[in-house]
Structure formats: structure tokens, C-alpha cells
Design a protein around this ligand. Structure first.
Ligand code: UT7
Length: 367
């Protein structure tokens, strides 16, 4: 049975930064309160021309470069997102098209901030089963588009960004070792975006009632998060036959510094074994774990052979953890530049559109 190794990684965030002081000029809040209650100092916010797919493609190209793969090597793209560009088509399909990953099947996965863990596990299981060899897993969000900028309970928390992993099959032991995935739909109301789906399709009333914004019972989510984070990490470790002593790094969902502190206490681990960057990005939801991972790698913190626990929680409610034996890129001889495929991807995409148009005209004339 092949092993599923994480062989590539990349991240992308919008250029525009919104600081706590900027927020204090927009609503009744201040830098001290936000830092004390969340640990956040600033977050990146998408401009009008930035979307989950554009951030995802930028992150994916970097991940493919690290893995030394071309877009056409990918068999499967899973995009975890809670801010998809449309109800359908899936954001993963937009990414597939923009990358020119013409061989890949692509779909979105909706598990909120836990989504990247669920998606990585799904990709790893597809590799382990032998049904695919190479997967691109992406967490991408522009939740700033769904934030009520008058609601100080939520608008201070979220930031935009994307992170990507490449997973590849190899006979060498290692890679993803274990995962646990949990859900409790009875808590769904504590963090939701009520309208825009088929229960409350957009209309004047839903807009008037602010149902297209994120609604959150912050204290309830806080209690839930502190209850499940450490426990999920322990479960995944046990499943892999590991203990916290074997682990070099815990990479948690970056929602709130105080939640991470509580998880560290539960696991009896010092905070310096946790990768934390919530101060500079805020809560980027499903993108937060890969963004934190990429930063840790770029700082030289993560080394080949390190055991890592990824752990997250989010709306749904959902929570989960995944352990991995860090390997890095697989040995390869050719050098490829995925960026060079983008021009071809654009040309290919337009050619396919023109072909569909001509096909439609011919069929129309014939029928
Ligand atoms: O990915 C999952 C996403 N969600 C989360 O992770 C959220 C988890 N929850 C939290 O992180 C925290 O509950 C919050 C950061 C949202 C809130 O922190 P808290 O310590 O639970 O504050 P609180 O809601 O209990 O509010 C305390 C006070 C209230 O004032 P009163 O009623 O005591 O007078 C709030 O009105 O702080 C007030 N407050 C603020 N003050 C200044 C709430 N938000 C703000 C604000 N600036 N932005």
C-alpha cells in the first residue's frame, strides 16, 4: 500500500493589510482589546480583484514548484473553502482551469476551519487506496466578503489567504500517519452564515436582516474549541502510535491565541512547540493551517523526519487532527516551472470555450 507524502507547499495572502488601529477608526474597538482577547494585531484583506481561486492558484504554483511537478501531473484537486466563489461551479474547478491541471478531478470540501485537515485526509486516503498518485489540497478563503464590518464581535477576527499542499504516493514509509475527523451538527447555530443557500435564498428580507453575514456566538465557540482541540490532537497521536514526546511541532488552526494556549496546557506542552502566526494573519479559516506550516518551513523550523500534528476546529461544528512524518519533496531529476503553464492554461481555457461555442452553433443548426 503506497504512503501519502506531503511533498510541496505554498501560501498566498492579499497585499492589503488591515491593522487593529485601522479597525478602531471604523468601529468601537481598540488595539489593546483585540490583542488581549485574540492575540491578533493585523490581517490581510482581499481587494476587489482577489478571490479564493486567485489566491489558491498563487499558493498552488509555489507548492508545485517545491514538489517539482507540473499542473498536468495532478490527479485530484480538493479545495477546502467556506467562501466559495459560487454555489457552483466549485472553486476547485476554477483553480483546475486557471492552473491548466487538465488531468485532475476537482471538487470543493466544506468543513469550515477544519476543512484543510479533512481535505488532506481525503487526499491521503485516495493515495493510500491506490486510486490516485498526486493530489493538490488547498485551503482558500476571502471571508472578509461575508463579514459585517459593523459587528465588532466578528469583523476583528477574520483575514483572507490561501495555503496549499501537494501530496504524492511513494513506497517509502512516512507522510500522513493518522487522522481523526469529528462533527456535531447540533452546534451549527453558534457559527453560521444563514442565507444564500437553498433554505434562505437571497431576497430583500434576507439582506435587510443581515443573514448574508457571519453570525457567531463567540463565547460558545470559544468553549467548544478549548474542549476539543487538545483531545483531537491526542486521539490522532494515539492512532499513529505516538505520544506528545515524539512530536516536534503542533500546527493548530489560528483562531485565537488564548485557544491555542488552552490546548497547550491540555497537552502539557510548552507554547514554543506550537506554530503560531495568528498575530499577523488573524483567522484565515481553512487556510490558517497551511499558511502557518509554510511560514514554519520558510523559517527553517520544520525538518525532514519531524513528527507534526495538525489540529483544527470550526463551524459545523467540526474538529479534527492529522499527524504526519515530514518528508519534503521526493527525489526527482527533471526541473519544471509550473508558472510557465499558466499562459498555456489561459490559451487552453479560451480554446475550450470557443470549441464549446462552435459545438453549440453546429448543434443548434442541426436540430
Ligand atoms: O474559526 C472559528 C472562529 N471563531 C472563533 O474562534 C471565536 C472564538 N471566540 C473568541 O475568540 C472570543 O469569544 C472572542 C474574541 C470572539 C470574544 O472574546 P471574549 O473574551 O469571549 O469577549 P466577550 O464576547 O465575552 O465580550 C466581552 C466584552 C463585552 O462587553 P461587556 O458586555 O462585557 O460590556 C463585549 O461587548 O467585550 C466587548 N467586546 C469588544 N470590545 C472591544 C466584544 N468585541 C469587542 C471588540 N472591541 N472588538
Amino acid at each position: 500500500m503506497p504512503y501519502a507524502h506531503i511533498t510541496g507547499w505554498g501560501m498566498a495572502v492579499p497585499e492589503k493589510v488591515l491593522t487593529n488601529d485601522d479597525l478602531s477608526r471604523m468601529i468601537d474597538t481598540n488595539d489593546e482589546w483585540i490583542r488581549d482577547h485574540t492575540g491578533i494585531r493585523e490581517r490581510h484583506i482581499a481587494r476587489e480583484n482577489e478571490f479564493p481561486s486567485t489566491l489558491a492558484v498563487a499558493a498552488a504554483i509555489k507548492a508545485l514548484q517545491v514538489a517539482n511537478l507540473k499542473p498536468t501531473d495532478i490527479d485530484l484537486i480538493i479545495c477546502s473553502t467556506s467562501s466559495p466563489e459560487h454555489i457552483f461551479p466549485a472553486t476547485a474547478c476554477l483553480i483546475q482551469d486557471q492552473l491548466g491541471a487538465s488531468r485532475a478531478g476537482a471538487f470543493d470540501l466544506s468543513a469550515a476551519c477544519t476543512g484543510f485537515i479533512f481535505a488532506t485526509n481525503m487526499a491521503a486516503q485516495s493515495i493510500r487506496s491506490g486510486s490516485i498518485k498526486t493530489a493538490l489540497v488547498i485551503g482558500a478563503e476571502t471571508l472578509s466578503r461575508f463579514v459585517d464590518w459593523q459587528d465588532r464581535n466578528t469583523c476583528i477576527l477574520f483575514g483572507d489567504g490561501a495555503g496549499a499542499f501537494v501530496l504524492q504516493a511513494s513506497d517509502q514509509p512516512g507522510g500522513v500517519l493518522s487522522a481523526v475527523m469529528h462533527s456535531d451538527g447540533s452546534g451549527g447555530d453558534s457559527l453560521s452564515l444563514p442565507a444564500g443557500g437553498s433554505r434562505f435564498p437571497a431576497n430583500e428580507a434576507t439582506i435587510h436582516e443581515g443573514k448574508h453575514y457571519i453570525h457567531m456566538d463567540g463565547r460558545a465557540v470559544f468553549r467548544f474549541a478549548t474542549r476539543v482541540m487538545g483531545h483531537a490532537a491526542k486521539e490522532a497521536l494515539e492512532l499513529a502510535g505516538l505520544t506528545t514526546d515524539d512530536v516536534q511541532w503542533i500546527i493548530p488552526h489560528q483562531a485565537n491565541y488564548r485557544i491555542i494556549e488552552t490546548a497547550a496546557k491540555y497537552l502539557k506542552l510548552p507554547l514554543d512547540r506550537f506554530v503560531i502566526n495568528v498575530d499577523r494573519y488573524g483567522n484565515t479559516s481553512t487556510a490558517s493551517i497551511p499558511i502557518a506550516t509554510v511560514e514554519a518551513i520558510e523559517k527553517g523550523l520544520i525538518k525532514k523526519g519531524d513528527k507534526i500534528v495538525f489540529v483544527g476546529f470550526g463551524a459545523g461544528l467540526t474538529w479534527g487532527a492529522l499527524t504526519a512524518d515530514w518528508t519534503g519533496p521526493l527525489p526527482t531529476e527533471r526541473r519544471v516551472h509550473p508558472e510557465s503553464y499558466r499562459t498555456w492554461a489561459r490559451v487552453r481555457s479560451w480554446l475550450l470555450r470557443v470549441a464549446r461555442l462552435i459545438e453549440g452553433l453546429i448543434w443548434g443548426r442541426e436540430s
